[in-house]
Every structure is written in C-alpha cells, then in structure tokens.
Design a protein around this ligand. Structure first.
Ligand SMILES: [Fe+2]
Ligand SMILES: [Fe+2]
Length: 273
C-alpha cells in the first residue's frame, strides 16, 4: 500500500504568493497512483478566520486518482488558547471544517494497516471534543493490525520527555496522555506537518516523520528545530509490518519563505507555521 502525505498547502483565495508551489504539488500528485492521499493540515492559509480558504481546499482536493483524507491544522480550525487566545479551536470552527472537509478524526483499515487521523488542535484545548477524541481513539486502537497515526502538530521536537515547545508541538500533558494510549497498540508511524520541515526520527519503535510543506518554508522567524527546511511530499510504502517513508520534491517548486509576506497575510510578525 502506498500513501502519499502532503501538508501545509496554505491555500488562499486572497493571496497568490504560494499558488505556483501549490500547483506544482497538485500536478505531481495528479500523476501519481497512490492508494490514499493524506493531508496533514493547514490546508487553508487562514481558514480559521475565513471559510473561503477551506472551501478552496475542498475543491483543490478533488481530481486525484486516490481519496484524500485530511486532518485539521491551526490555520484551519484554530489553536489552543495558550497559543492563540484570539483564534481558539471552538464549535463554530469545527463545524465549518466538517462542512467543507468532513470528519476531523478518522480511522480506516486498508492494506493490512489501521490508519488513524487525529485533530491535533484539540489536544490541550479543554474543548469537550478533546475528551471525546481520546475516548474514540481508545476504541480505534483496539487493533491487531499495525497502526499509523496522522496529525498536524508533532508530539515533540527532540524527545517525548521534553518540556513545552510553545507553538511548535503538542503540549506535554496531552502529549504524555496520547503516547501512553498509543503504547496500547502496535503503532509504527506518527506522521505530522505544521513545522514546514522534513525530518525522520525513530524513537521507541515508532517512526516520527515530519511531512514537508507544499507552500513555503520558514526562515528567521523559526528557531532551529532540526530536520531540513525543504518543500515537497512524503511517499509512505506500507509493508506487512513496517513502513518506509521517502521524501519527494516535485518539479517546479520554488524555495519561498514566509517572512517577506507573513505580516501581510496574517497581520502579525510571529511564526505562522
Ligand atoms: Fe500549522
Ligand atoms: Fe503550516
């Protein structure tokens, strides 16, 4: 089974800065024959503020040979209040996501694997959906098949026991709760987006793969987090009990950074991954 992971398209009806990169990835993806496509979030540039970007993302997801399953990013449904008190994940944003892109969490059995998509933006939010997602996940993990998990934010940067990493990862308390739950099942892969960095780390029997963005990378607004700041996609080949993950850079991508236009788009100078 072949699954192509794309991430962080940051599609925008208003801003065209990264549209050529989006199109380069779209054309490459349309020529592939995967069994499944997974988008690990930030489909829209600012869908948490303007549903137009999520509508555009829903359209962009059509026209491929394989189904596209998506998990939401901070720019799709908002973030936890500690990170974005002005744009928190809430009922209205979740409803808008679901109206345009379907469930924000999902589990599918395919190719002898159980593939699980999680809404990372609920983790640490305190929203009622956070508890429901944990209950749902406990059931979804009742699997003898190997499991792969897809979510927007990585669980950690360097080590599962590290402290808070601010904007960049799931916060420590829900991280530990999630890892303890995932330890109850044969989880082999955790694939994420958000950082606009590609990296592959193996820890305690699990491959942690950071999927690169399909829009822009970050420059000085992002501290060194390891990995490689490069644009592209990841092809995951699922074997009987392990997965190999290969970085791919489609033709036509330009190495654009967010800094020259970040303030124009988001109206703030902070990192916007
Ligand atoms: Fe993000
Ligand atoms: Fe992003």
């Amino acid at each position: 089974m072949r699954v192509i992971q794309i991430s962080d398209t940051h599609l925008s009806a208003e801003h065209a800065f990264f549209r050529a990169n989006n199109e380069a990835v779209r054309q490459w993806l349309a020529a592939q024959q995967p069994d499944l496509i997974v988008h690990t979030g930030d489909l829209g540039m600012d869908g948490a503020a303007d549903a137009t970007d999520l509508a555009m993302a829903a359209t962009w997801n059509t026209g491929f040979a394989a189904p596209v399953l998506c998990v939401p990013g901070n720019h799709d449904v908002g973030d936890v209040a500690a990170i974005r008190p002005d744009q928190t994940v809430d009922d209205a944003r979740l409803a808008t996501w679901r109206a345009h892109l379907g469930p924000d969490r999902w589990a599918v059995d395919q190719g002898g694997w159980r593939l699980i998509g999680l809404n990372a933006m609920l983790l640490g939010s305190g929203h009622a959906e956070e508890a429901r997602q944990f209950d749902w996940l406990a059931e979804a993990l009742r699997s003898d098949a190997p499991v792969a998990v897809f979510l927007h934010k990585p669980l950690f940067i360097d080590h599962p026991a590290e402290g808070p990493r601010g904007y960049w990862t799931v916060t420590p308390e829900p991280r530990q709760r999630l890892l303890a739950l995932l330890a109850s099942a044969p989880v082999k892969l955790i694939a994420s987006g958000h950082l606009h960095i590609h990296r592959h780390l193996h820890h305690a029997g699990i491959d942690h793969v950071w999927g690169p963005a399909a829009s822009f990378v970050c420059g000085d607004s992002q501290e060194d987090l390891g990995g490689a700041r490069r644009l592209g996609a990841v092809v995951h080949e699922f074997g009987p009990d392990r997965v190999t993950s290969q970085f791919v850079r489609p033709d036509g991508l330009a190495d654009l950074t967010i800094e020259p236009v970040g303030n124009l788009i988001y109206g703030r100078p902070e990192p916007v991954e």
